[in-house]
Design a protein. Structure first.
Length: 455
């Protein structure tokens, strides 16, 4: 099994943390980075040492996908059940089944791999993690933050950073995208936030209207007609109504949710894979780990305050399709999420603390073309239709003498002072762990200091 260079780099990041004595590591790998291949490589390496491996996932589709990849690489394994819990040394398990059978383990795993590890701070996951205190735990996620914005530092000790979304696009491992943001037809100003995001019932009241759904269908026909698209809705009822309206418009659509029987859900997903179904509506069932490379479009009908959820959903159509090497994903954002979070390939600074710098709407560097509604980074003309933006002359800003420093500026200065006071590698490693930085950050700091010393 041969890894790509950026996958080798991520493995080395993980090893670096292990050599530093850490045993709970969060690996950040965007959609399209080949997480399941990394699972397979790590599993094969660990099994070669005769050690036991447990891979934990939280949905049946992800279990099936991982098992198929293990089969592809000839890795003997079994899906966890009551009979093989101690007889098989390579298990793939759902978190729900595993939580019920923890007391049956007599031979604990040496390595635990957790997929979509942003869930790991939940009680069920923590119960499992705490049950195996001596295991090496490697979690994988594209977005190391809870949907609420909370960090993963209560579970993990270090981040291992994989390639960025931009790098994956440049390397050809993700498809480039065109992002459209038609005028937002609903007013979200009065929406209340609970547990870090808008209440789905409140959003549904604004979005589940026939005139809005009609506009969604018309926009799909104009921008992505005939292409397979995932549609993320505000509630189950909303998703069901959207699917119904697409079908009435002559566009084959299916609706699935967490309560959809497995057989019906698998049939709907398979029909979507083969193109029999063009539109698959849901709330967040296919936000993580959903792998249909031939899918070319995403429709966002749910506003969110969560950058993690936004990235998961907006990037879902960006998987590389070997049968369509020139594919460009189409993202149709009817709720203005791009103005809350920026474009999907924007560089983001993750940490185990989870709280990213909160920006004001006018700080998001995204421009919307008034002619075609294409969303893009600021430039004199629209890269999609060529519309030239009027030149705006900005009045000079008057600055008051003796203006007070912002609190965030003081915080940044305090952080720089803390780094300056760190004289040894051990001091810097403690800062890295506390802030949730990759330990390679320590190498970069020491490298800069070394160069400065020889000037």
């Amino acid at each position: 099994m041969e890894l790509r260079p950026y996958q080798d780099d991520l493995i080395e990041e993980i090893r670096y943390s292990i050599r530093a004595g850490l045993h709970r590591i969060c690996a950040v790998a965007p959609c399209g980075a080949g997480k399941t291949v990394l699972f397979s490589w790590m599993t094969a390496q660990t099994r070669a040492k005769k050690q036991k491996v447990l891979t934990i996932l939280h949905r049946q589709e992800l279990i099936d996908q991982t098992s198929k990849t293990f089969d592809k690489f000839y890795i003997p394994h079994e899906v966890l059940n009551s009979k093989n819990i101690n007889s098989c040394d390579c298990l793939v398990a759902s978190v729900q089944t595993l939580a019920r059978r923890l007391d049956q383990f007599t031979k604990p795993p040496d390595l635990i791999i957790i997929d979509e590890c942003a869930h790991a701070v939940a009680n069920t996951w923590r119960k499992i993690i705490d049950h195996f205190p001596n295991a090496l735990i490697i979690g994988f996620t594209a977005t190391p933050a809870r949907l609420s914005g909370d960090g993963l530092g209560v579970i993990f000790q270090a981040l291992a950073l994989g390639p960025s979304v931009k790098e994956l696009i440049e390397m050809g491992n993700l498809s480039p995208f065109d992002y459209y943001s038609p005028p937002v037809v609903a007013d979200f100003a009065d929406l209340k936030v609970k547990y870090g995001d808008y209440q789905s019932s409140d959003v549904a009241l604004k979005m589940d209207k026939s005139e809005i759904i009609g506009d969604v269908i018309a926009t799909y026909r104009r921008l992505a007609d005939g292409k397979r698209a995932i549609c993320y809705c505000a509630s189950c009822e909303h998703a069901e109504h959207v699917a119904k309206e697409f079908n009435l418009a002559g566009i084959p659509a299916a609706y699935i949710d967490g309560k959809t029987p497995n057989a019906i859900r698998k049939t709907a997903i398979e029909q979507f894979r083969t193109g029999v179904v063009k539109i698959l509506t849901n709330v967040d069932l296919v936000s993580e780990g959903f792998d249909v490379p031939a899918m070319e479009a995403v429709i966002l009908l749910r506003p969110t305050q969560s950058v993690a959820l936004f990235i998961q959903q907006s990037m879902r159509a960006m998987r590389k399709d070997d049968d369509n090497p020139d594919k460009r994903a189409i993202i149709i954002d009817h709720v203005g999420n791009v103005y809350r979070h920026g474009l999907p390939d924007e560089d983001r600074e993750w940490s185990l603390e989870g709280k990213m710098k909160k920006r004001e709407p006018n700080e998001i560097s995204v421009r919307q073309c008034p002619k075609c509604y294409f969303a893009h980074m600021p430039r004199p003309e629209c890269p999609n239709c060529g519309y030239k933006y009027p030149v705006q002359v900005q009045a000079p800003i008057e600055q008051t003498k003796g203006e007070l420093l912002q609190i965030k500026d003081l915080e940044r200065k305090d952080q720089k002072r803390e780094i300056g006071r760190a004289r040894t590698r051990e001091d810097l490693e403690q800062i890295a762990i506390k802030r949730g930085y990759s330990l390679r950050w320590v190498d970069r700091i020491l490298e800069v200091r070394s160069k400065q010393a020889w000037r």
